[in-house]
Design a protein around this ligand. Structure first.
Ligand code: HPA
Length: 258
């Protein structure tokens, strides 16, 4: 079974919405379970980043297996969601933001498919880490829908699973971060290494540590996500039904071999 389009559902957003066929894809990094649905003649792959039971914490996600499995199915376009904490007072809880760039503060993740040997030394261009065409299509769709879309955001990725300290959040603000999460790196990088278009929508579920008085409330996070998930997935599906291709971006041509 082949499919050009995929949705990577982050925390609380995994749901295939339609009748789907479950499949298991074997990769050299591990086996991945996915769902494929036929949505009005368009085949869409759904993958739960943290596993369907939400049992895999951010630092243990097998990012390379997830992305390889999508590549094996023929996926060229991915929309992802990411629950994020906000460092930007203009992006309160409940906002949707479009990730445009990232700061990588992870320390112990497998960040690449380009591990040398027979493949030689390869690099990947990061001019547009998140696909400019998918971002444009999402922005247009969000502005037409009443979805509390606030704008572009720089994402800082931490290993987690702990939240950040107040001092760390102060430092991240100074460095230019708008939102913080634990999963977009290396996912966005691996997609680009495979020549895929990848865009991600951040769902602000809390203000980051120290941005508001009082501790982060986990029940509020759950509530926020269940309110947003269906709308966001429907927007992704509507965009995929327009059959975006790779002619309006450079994602398929980002590898630099030396
Ligand atoms: N920090 C890191 N990751 C997160 C947060 C946060 O405050 N909220 C949701 N994911």
């Amino acid at each position: 079974m082949k499919s050009q389009y995929a949705i990577i559902g982050g925390t609380g957003v995994y749901e295939s919405l339609f009748t789907s066929e479950k499949i298991c894809v074997e990769t050299e990094f591990g086996d991945i379970e996915l769902d494929i649905s036929d949505v009005q003649g368009n085949s869409i792959v759904f993958i739960a980043r943290h596993g369907k039971q939400h049992a895999v914490p951010p630092h243990r996600i097998n990012y390379r297996a997830n992305l390889k499995a999508l590549q094996k199915l023929g996926v060229k376009h991915i929309f992802a969601t990411a629950a994020v904490g906000s460092l930007n007072p203009e992006y309160p809880s409940g906002s949707l933001v479009l990730l445009t760039d990232f700061l990588d503060m992870t320390k112990q993740r497998h960040l690449t498919f380009f591990d040398g040997s027979a493949d030689g030394v390869k690099h990947v261009n990061m001019d547009d880490p998140y696909c400019r065409n998918l971002r444009k299509l999402f922005r247009m769709k969000a502005n037409k829908n009443n979805v509390n879309f606030k704008g572009d955001a720089v994402y800082v990725c931490t290993d987690g699973p702990r939240f950040e300290t107040e001092a760390e959040i102060k430092m991240m603000r100074l460095l230019g971060a708008d939102v913080v999460g634990m999963t977009s790196v290396p996912e966005v990088v691996l997609a680009k290494e495979l020549g895929m278009c990848y865009a991600s929508v951040g769902i602000v579920v809390n203000m980051a540590t120290g941005m508001e008085s009082g501790p982060i409330q986990l029940e509020e996070i759950d509530e926020m996500l269940s309110q947003k998930k269906e709308t966001i997935n429907r927007m992704f599906l509507e965009i995929f039904s327009q059959k975006p291709d790779q002619r309006k971006c450079f994602c398929a041509d980002s590898i630099v071999s030396l």
